[in-house]
Design a protein. Structure first.
Length: 225
């Protein structure tokens, strides 16, 4: 089943008539986003021809919400102007194709065929842009990991134990009992930890340790902890 979602009635009628000999087209076509979600929740749709103008203010982000309605749906996002960054975002958020609205029916049929076979339909330079974005992300994450590692490595083994217990939600008394030390000693260790990591409270410490466990080992090339 193929669904057309656009506010342009003549365009929707043209697509429907041109594609209906080969595909079962859902009738009527959808003009508003809120109706689109309802249709997707009630009907099995294989391919969605989605005019970008129908998306709400959140824009491309809403593609993931549409896919949540039907995990296997294949979305073709149709736009007035090709924007490289928008294309990248569209694919990241789940679209299988990014095309101009004035794409010929012959090409549109090829697009539907390709995405139905599990492929993507994107600009030839898409992969280059994607790799460039991944490289920038990797550099940023590596820089963050180095920062987290340097702070974590400055802690003594005992301070690391206390930091991890704080991150799991232990209060000072429970930490003291677990490590067989006094609460005063726990407080003293926390003061040192706060200074070393340049943070001011337990919540920031918990967030720091959680982030370190998530980022440090993946992006710095060494296992965290």
């Amino acid at each position: 089943m193929l669904l057309i979602a656009t506010q342009e009635g003549e365009l929707a009628q043209f697509w429907s008539e041109a594609l209906s000999p080969e595909y079962t087209v859902y009738e009527p076509f959808v003009k508003e986003y809120k109706n689109l979600e309802l249709v997707l929740k009630k009907n099995q749709i294989d391919v969605l021809l989605l005019d970008a103008h129908i998306l709400p203010s959140e824009g491309i982000n809403q593609l993931s919400e549409l896919i949540a309605c039907q995990n296997n749906i294949k979305i073709i996002l149709l736009v007035d102007t090709h924007l490289p960054e928008e294309e990248l975002s569209a694919i990241i958020f789940g679209a299988k194709a990014y095309c101009l609205k004035n794409t010929s029916i012959e090409i549109l049929k090829k697009v539907i065929k390709k995405i139905s076979e599990g492929e993507l339909w994107v600009d030839r330079k898409f992969v280059t842009r994607l790799l460039g974005s991944l490289e920038e992300l990797t550099k940023a994450k590596h820089k963050e990991a180095v920062y987290l590692d340097s702070g974590y490595d400055s802690l003594t083994p005992r301070e690391k134990e206390i930091a991890h217990l704080v991150a799991t939600g232990y209060p000072n008394r429970k930490i003291a009992n677990a490590l067989n030390i006094s609460e005063r000693t726990v407080k003293a260790h926390l003061g040192v930890i706060f200074r070393k990591l340049n943070i001011s409270d337990r919540l920031q410490l918990a967030l720091y340790i959680t982030k370190f466990m998530q980022v440090g080992g993946i992006w710095s090339g060494k296992p965290p902890g």
